[in-house]
Design a protein around this ligand. Structure first.
Ligand code: ATP
Ligand code: MG
Length: 361
């Protein structure tokens, strides 16, 4: 990346007592002003990464840099970093304004200045009228906003958010995603969020860091991760992806032609690698990139319908290609009334222009 990073993790490893590896030589550059999300399954090292950036955890090896300066041994409170914790960690005996102003009261600011900044922060999260409310009187969404206001009032360079929306119901969660994004754009502050919800990560982030077992699998913008996942793990973690063991046939310009049984597949390679003819690779195909027809066509393969699931605008077909290979196809609901039923044979082929990645391990 051309821009100098605001935060840089350099070969950061964290080994906990008992030899448990939390982070395994992570390299990560976070650019000033971006909304970056750490995404991955439970235990992959998301919280540990945040704690290392915040200074709550010392890396076993490697360095943390801020603006090019090594801050690895700097204490948490000496870093221009603030954290919004999953459980909000609000003070129950204090009212909203006291909670938000707590961080400021540790600094040498006049009472008027403190009150002004608390008011501003609460305004930004839409809680200006709750200044004197007790925390126990607030809804989950309102508590979430207080926690946010408390974190932004100190004007950190980096705001760390660990699963900030996980306690909210689905509807409120979606609303708060939009608000978080708006707040981040308004402040221009760098947000580093942790989630294990891929939909949330895709909808809110400028870039996503996909983590697996203490390592980074891929860092990319949401659309790139979706269209061009680099590994099988990323492909299967982001959205639904059919992973087909395929035989390499030939290269045709940028396209790599594969065959999975009778089915012809066109794939692209992120690395530029061209396999040898006859080599086996995994090709990823999104359910919407297959066509299902009642007649055979060139490059199509017959498949038996084993399940049909109503998805609103589309029907999700579960199909058996033979030799134990199942595929999922999202087919538009047909206006003419024709629909596949369980037991039917559908002829599936790749949609023209579909972008199917050839995946590494
Ligand atoms: N203080 C600790 N002592 C020992 N092991 C730890 C400690 N903290 C984390 N770990 C281990 O390190 C690994 C990474 O943990 P981490 O909390 O970073 O995962 P996570 O990605 O945040 O998972 P989750 O989605 O469940 O919150 C896990 O195997 C975890 O058990
Ligand atoms: Mg965690």
């Amino acid at each position: 990346m051309a821009l100098d990073p605001l935060v840089r993790l350099q070969a950061v490893s964290k080994v906990f007592s008992g030899g448990i590896v939390g982070l395994d030589a992570i390299d990560l550059d976070i650019v000033g002003g971006e909304f970056i999300t750490l995404l991955g399954p439970s235990g992959c090292g998301k919280t540990t990464s945040l704690r290392v950036i915040a200074g709550f955890e010392n890396p076993s090896s490697g360095n943390v840099l801020l603006d090019g300066r090594d801050i690895t041994s700097l204490r948490p409170f000496d870093r221009p970093v603030n954290t919004v914790f999953q459980d909000y960690a609000l003070f129950p005996h204090m009212n909203v304004a006291e909670n938000v102003g707590f961080g400021l009261s540790l600094r040498k600011l006049s009472g008027t200045e403190q009150a002004r900044r608390v008011g501003e922060a609460l305004d930004m999260v839409g809680l200006a009228d709750k200044l004197r409310a007790r925390v126990s009187e607030l809804s989950g969404g309102q508590r979430q906003r207080v926690a946010l206001a408390r974190a932004i009032v100190c004007e950190p360079r980096v705001l760390l958010l660990d699963e900030p929306l996980s306690a909210l119901d689905a509807h409120l969660r979606e609303q708060m995603q939009v608000e978080l994004k708006r707040l981040q754009a308004q402040l221009g502050t760098t947000f580093v969020m942790v989630t294990h919800d891929q939909t949330e990560a895709l909808s809110i982030s400028d870039r996503i860091v996909v983590m697996n077992k203490g390592r980074i699998e891929q860092i990319a913008a949401p659309a790139t991760l979706y269209d061009r996942p680099a590994t099988r793990f990323v492909a299967s973690f982001i959205g639904t992806m059919n992973l087909l063991q395929s035989r390499f046939v030939a290269r045709d310009g940028e396209r790599l032609r594969f065959a999975a049984g009778d089915l012809s597949l066109d794939a692209s390679s992120e690395t530029g690698e061209t396999p040898a003819a006859g080599d086996t690779r995994t090709v990823g195909v999104r359910p919407e990139d297959f066509l299902a027809a009642s007649e055979a066509a060139e490059g199509s393969a017959p498949a038996r319908v084993s399940g049909v699931v109503f998805h609103g605008r589309t029907l999700r077909l579960h199909l058996e290609l033979g030799q134990g290979t199942s595929v999922i196809v999202d087919a538009p609901r047909r206006a003419d009334g024709f629909q596949f039923s369980v037991g039917d044979v559908a002829h599936i082929s790749l949609r023209r222009g579909a972008n199917c990645p050839m995946l590494s391990a």
